[in-house]
Design a protein around this ligand. Structure first.
Ligand code: COA
Length: 372
């Protein structure tokens, strides 16, 4: 294939607009993320996850009564999802944590939980299944939800057993709101492709979970934590990173397909970690992470002067989720706990827009006449 042909095939669909959406916009040059009319900085740290779910579903922020309404609906749906656990038991023990989440979710049929709407059912089930897997992995039985708690608090309680500190719940709410939606990322696109075939919402979410699992998308924060643990001290950052790059490895948590500046979500999460530090959590890790980020940025700049490779959301996700007590294996499932609200909203939007997504490919194999 010639260079021009390859270019017109748009490897990775970079820059190709595949849908119109009212849900979010990513401006990669300015480093700006708008979620349903609000800058991410206006939302994260200021509203609970319930309000972000409402915002995506209704296009405007809820009143406090409406937040309570979402909290009650999610609480009831979590209780119902928990009833499904005996049925999906083996799936929870599968391979890694994202495989377990994918398999558990695949056991659902729409309407299983009796939740008032499909999105609520899936948002609730994702938290219940992810937390149950964290417990199962630790050799413990899943904990039943407490429907009176807000979603973030109950997710942490179900995963960790103890009732979490307010600072931890606030940090998790900030995280879930920050990642709730992000333009046409790979998992959202996967969900929209499934939606466009008029398939069901469970299938769309299962496809999205599969896409999120990959280390180039949502699978990076676990490896970021491994990296920080291996580096251990700011003074070791440079030599460790140089050795990784020397082996041809990518530095996890750095670089982005769309952002040509620092991912704005990295700054939002870094601020949330500062709050956690004030509550006595994460202090040393934050200092280390900042040093590693600075060094990684410098080394990547030397190697790729043509392209800004800066910290992405996953870099500080690892620090935040670790500080609130979640194990590294639960990081990507926790990403799904937030992003599932975006997937469901995109599913509904795509269904309304209604056209089958069916792109073209260019055949580069032999023609029958050219076959050897
Ligand atoms: N570490 C080292 N090199 C990197 C890099 C990283 N994190 N990210 C990109 N590069 C390099 C690539 O190797 C490539 O170099 P080459 O031209 O010599 O082959 C160049 O930068 C361009 O990268 P490209 O693969 O075109 O970028 P992309 O838009 O396809 O990829 C990511 C974007 C996010 C997949 C990529 O930056 C990455 O793999 N980051 C690490 C994983 C991660 O943090 N994922 C979470 C994303 S939110």
């Amino acid at each position: 294939m010639s260079a021009t042909q390859k270019d017109s095939a748009r490897d990775g669909l970079e820059g190709v607009v595949v849908a119109e959406t009212r849900l979010s916009e990513v401006d990669g040059l300015k480093g700006r993320l708008i979620i349903a009319g609000h800058d991410v900085e206006e939302l994260a740290g200021r509203i609970p996850f319930e309000a972000a779910c409402w915002l995506l579903a209704h296009g405007k922020l809820p009143s406090s009564a409406q937040i309570d309404e979402v909290q009650r609906a999610l609480g009831a749906a979590r209780a119902n999802a928990f009833q499904n656990l005996p049925r999906i038991g083996d799936a929870l023990r599968m391979g890694n944590d994202m495989e377990a989440l994918r398999a558990s979710t695949a056991h659902l049929s729409q309407g299983d939980s009796g939740a008032v709407d499909q999105s609520t059912e899936l948002i609730a089930a994702t938290a219940v299944f992810a937390a149950a897997r964290t417990r199962t992995r630790a050799g413990k039985s899943p904990l039943a939800p407490d429907p009176t708690l807000e979603h973030a608090a109950d997710y942490l309680r179900m995963a960790l057993e103890h009732r979490p500190a307010k600072a931890a719940v606030d940090a998790l709410n900030t995280y879930l709101v920050t990642v709730v939606d992000h333009g046409m990322n790979a998992s959202t696109f996967a969900a929209r492709v499934v939606a466009s075939t008029s398939s069901d919402m469970v299938s769309a979410v299962v496809a999205a979970i599969g896409a999120l699992k990959g280390p180039l998308h949502g699978g990076a924060p676990g490896p970021v934590l491994d990296m920080l643990q291996a580096i251990d001290s700011p003074s070791r950052a440079r030599s460790w990173l140089e050795a990784e790059l020397g082996k041809g490895h990518r530095i996890m948590g750095m670089g982005h397909r769309v952002y040509r500046v620092r991912d704005p979500r990295a700054a939002v999460l870094e601020k949330a970690i500062e709050q956690l530090s004030k509550a006595g959590l994460a202090t040393e890790r934050l200092t280390l992470a900042r040093a590693v980020e600075k060094e990684a940025e410098r080394l990547l700049q030397e190697r790729h002067p043509e392209r800004a490779l800066r910290a992405n959301v996953e870099f500080y996700t690892a620090v935040l989720l670790d500080a609130i007590g979640l194990p590294g294996t639960a990081f990507t499932p926790t990403f799904a706990v937030g992003r599932v609200a975006g997937w469901c909203a995109h599913y509904l939007e795509q269904q309304k827009a209604g056209r089958l997504i069916r792109p073209a490919s260019r055949y580069i194999g032999p023609r029958p006449s050219e076959r050897p």
